[in-house]
Design a protein around this ligand. Structure first.
Ligand code: SAH
Ligand code: SF4
Length: 394
């Protein structure tokens, strides 16, 4: 199937999700679901709210995984919890640390599938790039994830679990009895939903996970420190503002439908004009909560002065910031990164028109951790075996 004919809407989930047997995992349950679960094991309704608060703080504020350590709960209640529930995170299969400090984790989820999570330390913040799906059904021609065949939505627990396991690795849970850990800069201070997958095709999963991450009694990240990146799933854009309330980034990447159809095939379903109309209506849009336009710089494809001027004309009236992303090459990628002088000339035109136009510093390239390079190792191995078979004429 060529890129152009590839499906541009959400495909059926191709991986059956094997639910863990026995005890139910509490990680990823929203407050109302946690309440229900506690009532199901016999917690009196009158106590349920208090018990939810207590458990919530143990799990999401203190990072505790063992019911026995939840010392403000009665012993028999702790035992009942342990009989019925677990507190489990996805498992880290491998961790790579780049020369620039970027950490890439390969994480195994139920059913044995793998996703990647990337932590990017900076002087004033630490950003976690979180995955929302295994693979992606959209087949953007410059993106490595888009070439992965397997796809399934991650559960809320698998999404919030990525944040928790990186906090484990960074040693960032507060120590019970020695303060709350709320003072000083956080190592993990920002979340970008820019890993594997299209977050708006896993709306409920992403929403519930972000609700948990934003909850003030737990991980407590402000909604303004969370950015959701979409390729342009127009019908879900306003809903993201209403139900999640985070910042929005849009993978724009081209200034004509002809080029965007090729780069971001979902454009054939919702074209540039339709997308821009939805962005103009984005609730909460203001100068302090601008939309980020992501623009990957591809040599000779979308990087001319004319493109820059057209971009500025198109987004007129939208409070925006333009993030220019030097293309990250991956083995076999069909494009090249624009020359640095070309990227600077493009940035200059956008900047002179009154928009911030930062050029994103490529991070973690040596460990294939950069934007658009994420793809599970098993899938890579499978691909290369298939390639070997093809070469051998099998
Ligand atoms: N599916 C969502 C979020 C994940 S991709 C989306 O497309 O927005 C995160 C960002 O990385 C997107 O802007 C995407 O277009 C960009 N990207 C993908 N492949 C890339 C590559 N090879 N080099 C640079 N950026 C890339
Ligand atoms: Fe999917 Fe985003 Fe990659 Fe496109 S750029 S294939 S939407 S992950």
């Amino acid at each position: 199937m060529s890129q152009i004919q590839a499906p541009i809407t959400q495909d059926v989930l191709t991986i059956p999700r094997k639910l863990p047997e026995g005890a139910r995992n509490l990680v990823g349950l929203t407050r109302p679901l946690l309440r229900e679960a506690l009532i199901e094991i016999g917690t009196p309704e009158k106590q349920a709210k208090m018990r939810v608060n207590q458990l919530w703080q143990w799990i999401y504020h203190w990072g505790v995984r063992d019911f026995a350590q939840m010392t403000n709960l009665a012993k028999d209640f702790r035992a009942r919890l342990a009989e019925n529930f677990t507190i489990e995170l996805p498992e880290i299969v491998s961790k790579n640390v780049s020369a620039d400090g970027t950490r890439k984790y390969l994480v195994k989820i139920a059913g044995g599938h793998e996703v990647e999570v990337v932590y990017i330390p900076e002087t004033d913040r630490g950003t976690l790039c979180v995955s929302s799906q295994v693979g992606c059904t959209l087949t953007c021609s410059f993106c490595h994830t888009g070439t992965q065949k397997l796809v399934r939505n991650l559960t809320p627990g698998e999404i919030v679990g990525q944040i928790m396991l990186v906090r484990d690795d960074l040693g960032e849970w507060p120590e019970p009895g020695t303060g709350t850990g709320e003072n000083g800069p956080r190592l993990l201070s920002n979340i970008v939903l820019m890993g594997m997958g299209e977050p708006l095709y896993n709306f409920e999963g992403v929403r519930d996970a972000m609700k948990i991450a934003m909850d003030g009694e737990g991980i407590a990240l402000s909604r303004r420190r969370i950015t959701l990146s979409t390729s342009g799933v127009v019908p879900e854009i306003a809903r993201a503002a209403e139900e999640i309330g985070c910042l929005l980034a849009v993978s724009f990447h081209a200034t004509t439908d002809e080029v965007r159809d090729k780069l971001v095939p979902i454009n054939k379903r919702w074209n540039i004009e339709t997308l821009l109309d939805a962005l103009r209506e984005y609730p909460r849009l203001s100068n302090s909560e601008r939309i980020t336009f992501e623009y990957v710089m591809l040599k000779g494809v979308n990087d001319s002065d004319e493109d820059a001027r057209r971009l500025v004309r198109l987004i007129k009236g939208i409070p925006a910031k333009i993030n220019l992303i030097p293309f990250n090459e991956w083995p076999g990628s069909p494009y090249e990164r624009s020359d640095w002088s070309r990227i600077e000339a493009f940035a200059d035109i956008v900047h002179k028109a009154g928009y911030a136009s930062p050029i994103r510093t490529p991070r973690g390239e040596d460990i294939m951790a950069a934007c658009g390079q994420l793809k599970s190792a098993t899938e890579r191995a499978r691909k290369s075996r298939a390639e070997i078979a093809k070469e051998a004429g099998v």
